[in-house]
Design a protein around this ligand. Structure first.
Ligand SMILES: CC(C)(COP(=O)(O)OP(=O)(O)OC[C@H]1O[C@@H](n2cnc3c(N)ncnc32)[C@H](O)[C@@H]1OP(=O)(O)O)[C@@H](O)C(=O)NCCC(=O)NCCS
Length: 254
């Protein structure tokens, strides 16, 4: 197994990976503007989805004030999001966010698996989706698994952003017979695992675990990080991941 990364490096690479993930998912969505491309990052879109409309990377006491100043230069959607990660250095950022009218909506765990050289599994195949039509098929599958109950406009935005993003999309066993999928986000020294999903008819047969191991092989020798709900912590632990931090999502309505 590879050496564990020093904590500060790990949380910084994680934040960079999440920022890259959201930024590149947001870019293709119509009406999205990268208002600030440096700390703090300000990306604003039509209001849906949350990854197309967010603030993140707050590293000093004035960061949130600078974000607010940037927001005053544009027409702001009715709901905006702020993502607070362990790499943020702004003092008492949770308190600052509350003072600025944000409320915490969710907390996800950040987990990492150190690189491990493992051989491929003979009963597992996946197909990278590269053609636009294939990417759209995979994105539509992911949206159905994760956002089946979200309104149609948000679903369309998520599908478009996912399909047209620069991130790698995979379908298992193939795009045409897809029963599971995953998105991989590459950033310096880190592979991010996002949107892992298995069709409900095929869950509980080991497919999700096979996809996770395939992602670890794919990004080797980089480590793999992911964000997940606490209910999945033990499952990911059994697959070689450890928890090292959190990402909190905050939201403010006009
Ligand atoms: C999580 C998921 C990918 C697992 O895929 P899978 O093919 O069923 O996984 P495996 O067969 O390898 O492992 C099954 C085990 O996963 C665990 N598990 C799956 N979903 C879980 C959940 N929501 N909470 C807790 N444990 C869960 C269970 O321990 C299960 O064991 P069981 O079969 O004894 O009940 C799949 O349930 C899924 O697509 N869920 C919806 C999307 C999602 O939450 N993705 C994770 C994003 S971080």
């Amino acid at each position: 197994m590879g050496c564990p990364l020093e904590h500060r490096v790990l949380i910084e690479r994680t934040r960079a990976n999440i920022a890259a993930a959201y930024l590149e998912l947001a870019r293709p969505v119509p009406g999205v503007h990268v208002v600030r491309d440096q700390q703090p990052l300000v990306v604003m879109g039509p209001g849906q989805p949350s990854f197309a409309n967010f603030l993140m990377e707050f590293d000093d006491a004035e960061a949130l004030v600078r974000a607010e100043a940037a927001l005053r230069t544009i027409e702001v959607p009715s709901t905006i999001w702020a993502f607070h990660t362990d790499a943020d250095r702004a003092p008492d950022l949770s308190g600052q966010l509350r003072e600025h009218g944000f409320r915490r909506m969710s907390r996800l765990l950040c987990m990492v698996a150190e690189p491990e050289a493992t051989s491929s599994e003979s009963d597992f195949t996946w197909e990278p989706a590269t053609r636009p039509a294939d990417r759209d098929t995979v994105a539509a599958f992911m949206v159905r698994q994760f956002f089946g109950n979200t309104d149609r406009q948000a679903q369309a935005g998520i599908q478009l952003g996912t399909s047209k993003s620069v991130h790698s999309l995979y379908a298992t066993p193939s795009v045409s017979r897809m029963t599971g999928g995953v998105m991989i986000v590459r950033s310096e020294g880190m592979g991010g695992l996002y949107c892992l999903c298995v069709h409900p008819d095929h869950q509980g047969k080991g497919l999700g675990g096979q996809i996770v191991r395939a992602v670890r092989r794919e990004v080797h020798p980089d480590p793999v990080m992911l964000q997940c709900d606490a209910t999945l912590e033990r499952w990911y632990q059994a697959l070689g991941f450890r928890t090292f931090g959190h990402v909190d999502a905050y939201c403010r309505d006009r």
